[in-house]
Design a protein around this ligand. Structure first.
Ligand SMILES: [Zn+2]
Length: 381
């Protein structure tokens, strides 16, 4: 195969979301299944380009082609050993599923639950502290490219290495890796709607913003700093008070070819690398729910701040309360945070009963409006 053809074949196919771009809602689409969209499986062993779109049928979430005005982009798991990040993604996916149609009319969250599946698997089977992907390199004894040094913005400058044996090996060229290309392509599809980019890593409790490749401040330094301060404030309100924020290069260290620098250049207004809490990559599993919950509460509030929509902002003072039903299913709704949990559950239970009652009434109304002959036919059942 010609080199050029091979490169083209290596590229991930356009994400399915691309096909829905610009489609108008039609009567044909009414009543169709509704979906929450999660991009997963960007690379697989043997370099097959598997680009899956997991579509979970959920009654509460709008179809992708009608998705709303603001879209935060949350990739997780770029570094294999940082297990807290993809674990949190599953928690966030559940929260989005419980958040309901009204909430998702205002915001569409694009969540990538695993950006480095090969490396993640290797960190389970062979080396718990593996960081990179599993790419073969020019040195047969050293595998893997650091996926957060492979982006094109200032690729190959400070804070990365040309040595394949290094933990911060940047790859032979920018976007040499299918995983970083897949995220880039996904970002391109949504770029006009993305207003917030949060790349989840661990550990250290930092909210970091561009630039990472230079000590010079970006032109958007002030608004980036303002939102970083708010993110930190919301995390503190929810029990995580040790977060620090600042420009990546001066707060943590200099690094080039990073996703945060790329996304800022691509036009996403608010771009952050989040170093989740903890003092090692082996986060205490008992604390995963607590930190994930704090992160979710922070996200709801920050969506409102960035979206600047009154209705979205109102969710900041509420929380999702979920009740289990007798048949094993669940029902959730938003209730003011000030209301104690037991009382909030009673409110949700009442809402469910009210809704259920209405459904029964609607069904009865439909049946009685049917022609007599049809009613007789139905009686046969
Ligand atoms: Zn990381």
């Amino acid at each position: 195969m010609m080199q050029q053809e091979k490169q083209r074949a290596d590229r991930p196919r356009d994400p399915p979301l691309l096909k829905s771009k610009g489609r108008k809602k039609t009567n044909r689409m009414k009543g169709k299944k509704q979906f929450v969209l999660i991009e997963a499986g960007f690379a697989t062993p043997f370099f097959l380009r598997l680009h899956l779109l997991l579509s979970l049928p959920l009654r509460t979430i709008r179809p992708c082609h009608t998705i709303g005005l603001r879209a935060p982009f949350l990739p997780t798991g770029a570094h294999a050993r940082e297990w807290l990040s993809p674990a949190m993604a599953t928690f966030l996916a559940q929260k989005l599923a419980d958040a309901g149609k009204k909430f998702l009319q205002h915001v569409a969250v694009v969540l990538v639950p695993m950006a480095n599946p090969d490396g993640y698997e290797f960190s389970h089977t062979d080396d718990r502290l593996w960081r990179k992907n599993r790419r073969n390199t020019s040195k047969s004894e050293c595998k893997g490219v650091d996926l957060n040094r492979n982006w094109s913005k200032s690729w190959g400058t400070s804070g990365s290495s040309s040595n394949p044996c290094s933990e911060i090996y940047r790859g032979p060229q920018s976007f040499s890796e299918p995983e970083s290309r897949a995220l880039r392509d996904l970002a391109r599809v949504w770029i006009k709607k993305f207003t917030l980019f949060l790349s989840l890593h661990s550990y250290g409790s930092y909210i970091l913003y561009p630039w990472s490749h230079t000590q010079t401040a970006s032109a958007r330094n002030r608004p980036l700093k303002n939102i970083a301060r708010k993110i930190t404030k919301y995390l503190k309100t929810n029990g995580y008070k040790n977060f620090l924020y600042g420009q990546t290069s001066s707060t943590l260290y200099q690094a080039s070819g990073t996703s945060e620098d790329y996304m800022l250049t691509a036009g996403i207004k608010y771009d952050y690398t989040v170093e989740l809490p903890g003092f090692s990559f082996q986060f205490n599993v008992k604390k995963i729910k607590s930190v994930s919950r704090a992160f979710w509460e922070m996200l709801v509030c920050i969506f409102g701040d960035i979206g600047k929509q009154k209705k979205l902002k109102e969710y900041c003072s509420k929380r999702i309360v979920k009740i289990m039903l007798e048949d094993g299913s669940s029902y959730s709704d938003w209730v003011d945070k000030e209301i104690p949990l037991d009382e909030a559950k009673d409110i949700v239970r009442e809402k469910y009963k009210e809704k259920h009652k209405n459904k029964v009434q609607t069904t009865t109304a439909v049946n009685t409006s049917l022609p007599a002959a049809t009613k007789e036919t139905m009686g046969g059942f």
